[in-house]
Design a binder for this molecule. Sequence first.
Ligand code: GTP
Ligand code: MG
Length: 219
Amino acid sequence: MVVKTLNVREDILGANDLIAENLRTQFDRANVFVINIMSSPGAGKTSVILKIIEHFADKLKIGVIEGDIASDVDARKVEAANVDVVQINTDGACHLDANMILSACRSLGIDDKRLVIIENVGNLVCPAEFKLGENLKVMILSIPEGHDKPLKYPLMFTESDALVLNKIDLLPHTDFDMEQLRSTVTAMNPKIRIFPLSAKTGEGVAAFTGWLQGAVEGR
Ligand SMILES: Nc1nc2c(ncn2[C@@H]2O[C@H](COP(=O)(O)OP(=O)(O)OP(=O)(O)O)[C@@H](O)[C@H]2O)c(=O)[nH]1
Ligand SMILES: [Mg+2]
């Protein structure tokens, strides 16, 4: 018997792309701007989302979709900020896919929202492969992770529209080389915007949220 090997990867991504296109049409029709936030576990996705909420809360109606393998820890933090939130538990899957977002949007309701923020599952690899119908992909790298990460995990850096360098308050305690990081990332992705900030101290946050506001208003 001849052993056949099937490559299902492209089929899975192709099917996801179709649902993502459909989502994007729905988002455009409802005039909702969607941001997909990605990073490794603990880089600061939820902390940065809370800063984005602080900036936009009195300007427009926000909804948040939280993606985690388990728990509703992050959704509770967002709920405490008085924002509509839906928690997705992937039960082991290391990324969100467009089908999960479709279900979450039914539960969240998008017609009354102007901005929907998606917190992807903490993982520096898989989330970058799956389109979610978003307008912007924003990734976060935190200073303690090191400036070599773009070389080791390139896809998310090449796919993202913006890179938030979070936890700059920890710079004095690390050997993180900001210039090295900038030159590596811009060589891989010349269009990427880079925002060093600290979600803890607030330093640099205004430059990032100001840029986001321009992106939302420009669409
Ligand atoms: N020193 C410092 N700590 C931070 C900063 N931002 C976030 N943290 C801390 O880093 C830890 C992880 O932050 P989260 O915002 O939960 O990170 P996350 O990416 O949402 O984590 P997961 O959802 O578990 O992947 C928390 O203890 C935060 O308080 C920062 O700018 N500086
Ligand atoms: Mg989180």
